[in-house]
Design a protein around this ligand. Structure first.
Ligand code: C2E
Ligand code: MG
Ligand code: MG
Length: 719
């Protein structure tokens, strides 16, 4: 009996014999030969292996595929494995060869794609399958090898068409998208910077037009070659359309590194190319954005690079421009706001509120200031501080400004119809005023409304804006002043007007900025400014208006200083137009305003006032220091500014008056309490400190009253 170990070998031997016979005969009567013509005819390599991995049989197709290596008599499968490469083109381990895998685990192993090394020719592609085979209790392996080179090449070429640009052989948009994903993922993993660059050739179209498309194609191929040469192998250069390319530069340690590569690219592109017998030169404009600094997905990164590319073109071409996410997001937010404001204008969501200006000396309303409001459907009433600063450099502010003037004129005419003749001031932005044609637009607007309103209209210009182009402002102003219109300098004191400016500008009104008014009772510096502005206005024959007046003390002080016209929450808040008639009807001068009516100070009295404020300032600092447990200002009588003034100018001027000397007595008391307070605080005696503080407050109150009545008394004697 034939041992089972020999059975498979027998089959193999038999096959060898029969196949040899079939190959050498034309007889078709022999059934063996008929069977074997099949084995001879198939293109598929078929191999039979013993349990020890030795070859028992390989059909002729195997020999065709593998050549001499397959023919080694009694050779093992290792001979075949040795000439095979994996998908990636690297040699495979013999244990990975399908026959070995079946021998190792007894499982079939189908459709393994391998490359076959062919000396002196291109590699071929094989699909290898193997499965266990058992015959009469004897185990072996049967395997097949199919040459799929054509199939794979077709696939590769289809793949190429789908992923590569036919002209330049660079990746196309599809592959770029894939590479982009990988590059972003890589950058996220490593923390390294990825530069996404969009490049457009400058001057490509003329080449195409004058030298023809063929020359254009050659140029593009040359550019592609240079791009690939300039960037690293890991980076991507893709052609995404006509003369547009994208570069993905990964693994960057700094933006400077990206800039270096880009400069090299620009230089490489700008080198002349020999095309159609001519030296052709083009340049490139490149827009760049850096991930992850620019937090965006692939599509957004491309859009940002595209925006930057247009900037590079605008800036003169042949350069790169870096996208700046911070600036762009601000611009985008602004553009969103600009659109919303335009929309709000179209939908009539803006309104004017009116704030009265009152002459507190005569107790009469002298006019209203129109202040714009945005009646936002969701957010409610928005004040100009929330939207004007964001649009003041855009033309939308001009449109809004014109709406404001038109609306104010319309409202004035309506009030006139109701028997209310009010002067109205509107705020005008610098851009609106200084843009060519404001003159003509204003004339048009005036002519569209009731005639004569110009004599009741006042334009408020912010001081800094008016200084931008004094000559232009002056021309417009002079023209309309002749028609009776008035001009004021708003927020006066916050800009840098010199006396020369003030003289040249020749406005009708100065509006003292509200910050000075707010603090003038506590800050001698602010008081001096307010007084200075009032003095200037009177020297130049201008009216002065104080804005932001909130308290009766401020009103009285301003009246004392000679500023009669005031505006502020202390008189009335800005109100919608429909509330104005009612407010006017109910308006009554505050009787307390009369207190100051006869008290016009002389310069000497101003010093007294200044000292009073200086004293308040010292006390206020003491209070704040106590609250914040900080350093108390010097509590001593001798270190006080009031003391110094009192001892010199004060005594010289008012020394003969008992009331004045009484002030000094109380002033000393104030400082004694302050010193006591400081001692208690140093000793950590809280109860003592509190009682000293109360004594200080009451001494202080006494002193201020004494000062005030002394001043009032003085005024009485002078007038
Ligand atoms: P402004 O022209 O100096 O107007 C005075 C601002 O102070 C107004 O703020 C007013 O409501 C506020 N105000 C009035 N009295 C007091 C007060 O006693 N205390 C305090 N704390 N504030 C007071 P508003 O309406 O928010 O306007 C702010 C600025 O926006 C205006 O300052 C003006 O420069 C500008 N503005 C307002 N409307 C327009 C406009 O139609 N066009 C232009 N270009 N600018 C405008
Ligand atoms: Mg104003
Ligand atoms: Mg103002």
């Amino acid at each position: 009996m034939v041992s089972s170990a020999g059975m498979l070998k027998d089959i193999g031997d038999k096959l060898c014999l029969v196949v040899a016979k079939a190959a050498g005969t034309t007889s078709t009567n022999d059934p063996d030969v008929r069977l074997c013509t099949l084995l001879l005819a198939v293109d598929e390599g078929i191999q039979l292996w013993g349990a020890d991995g030795r070859k028992l049989y390989a059909n002729p197709a195997t020999l065709n595929q593998f050549g001499a290596v397959a023919d080694v008599a009694d050779g093992g499968f290792e001979a075949l494995a040795a000439v095979c490469l994996g998908l990636d083109g690297t040699p495979i381990q013999p244990a990975d060869f399908p026959v070995a895998r079946v021998l190792a685990n007894g499982e079939p192993c189908a459709d393994v794609l391998l490359q076959l090394r062919v000396p002196g020719a291109a590699n071929r592609w094989l699909r290898v399958s193997a499965k266990p085979m058992s015959f009469g209790g004897e185990n072996g392996v049967i395997s097949s090898t199919v040459d799929v080179t054509q199939l794979i090449e077709r696939e590769i070429s289809l793949e190429r068409q789908a992923h590569y640009d036919a002209l330049t052989r660079l990746p196309n948009r599809v592959l770029l998208a894939d590479r982009m994903k990988q590059a972003i993922a890589h950058s996220k993993r490593t923390g390294e910077t990825l530069a996404v660059c969009l490049m457009d050739l400058d001057g490509f179209k003329p080449v195409n037009d004058t030298l023809g498309h063929k020359a254009g194609d050659q140029l593009l191929q040359e550019i592609a070659r240079r791009l690939e040469e300039t960037i690293r192998a890991d980076d991507t250069a893709a052609r995404i359309g006509g003369d547009e390319f994208t570069l993905l530069l990964g693994g960057l340690k700094s933006p400077q590194q990206a800039e270096q590569v880009l400069q090299r690219v620009l230089d490489a592109i700008a080198m002349p190319c020999a095309i159609a017998g001519q030296a052709v030169r083009v340049t490139a404009s490149i827009g760049v954005t850096l991930f992850p600094g620019d937090v965006a997905d692939g599509d957004q990164l491309m859009r940002h690079a595209d925006q930057a590319m247009y900037k590079a073109k605008e800036a003169g071409k042949s350069r790169y421009h870096m996208f700046n996410p911070a600036i762009e997001s601000r611009i985008r937010a602004n553009q969103g706001l600009l659109r919303r404001i335009e929309d709000a204008l179209d939908k009539g969501q803006f309104a004017l509120h009116y704030q009265p200006k009152v002459d507190c000396r005569t107790g009469t309303v002298v006019g209203m200031e129109a202040l714009v409001r945005w009646q936002h459907p969701v957010l409610g009433l928005r004040s100009p501080g929330e939207f004007l600063p964001l649009i003041e450099h855009d033309d939308i502010i001009v449109r809004l400004g014109e709406w404001v003037i038109n609306e104010a004129l319309r409202q004035m005419a309506e009030w006139r119809g109701a028997g209310i003749d009010l002067a109205v001031s509107v705020n005008v932005s610098a851009r609106q005023f200084l843009r060519g044609g404001f003159d003509a637009r204003l004339a048009e607007m005036l002519s569209a409304h009731l005639p004569g309103l110009e004599r009741r209209l006042e334009l408020e210009l912010v001081e800094t804006a008016a200084l931008e182009d004094i000559a232009a402002v002056r021309t417009v102003m002079a023209h309309y002043q002749k028609l009776g219109m008035r001009f004021s300098l708003d927020d006066f004191g916050t800009g840098y007007s010199s006396l020369v400016h003030l003289k040249r500008l020749a406005v009708d009104v100065l509006k003292v900025d509200q910050t000075f008014v707010r603090d003038m009772l506590d800050d001698p510096g602010d008081l001096a400014i307010v007084q200075g502005v009032i003095g200037l206005a009177s020297a130049f024959g201008q009216k002065v208006v104080a804005e932001g007046v909130e308290s009766i003390e401020q009103i009285l002080l301003l009246l004392e200083l000679g500023c009669d016209i005031m505006q502020g929450y202390g008189i009335a808040r800005p109100m919608p137009a429909e509330r104005v008639p009612g407010w006017l009807a109910g308006f009554q001068a505050d009787p307390r305003w009369r207190l100051a009516r006869s008290q016009y100070p002389m310069r000497s009295d101003f010093e007294l006032l200044l000292m009073e404020v200086s004293h308040r300032h010292w006390l206020e600092r003491t209070r704040v220091a106590m609250q914040q447990s900080g350093e108390l200002p010097a509590p001593g009588y001798d270190s006080c500014r009031f003391t110094q003034w009192y001892a010199e100018a004060g005594i010289r001027r008012y020394g003969g008056l008992t009331e004045f000397r009484e002030i000094d007595m109380i002033h000393r008391k104030v400082h004694k309490q302050a010193e006591a307070l400081a001692t208690f605080i140093r000793a950590g005696d809280l109860a003592g400190a509190e009682s000293a503080r109360m004594a200080l407050e009451s001494a202080n109150e006494e002193m201020l009253q004494q000062l005030h009545s002394f001043r009032v008394g003085l005024a009485g004697t002078i007038h």
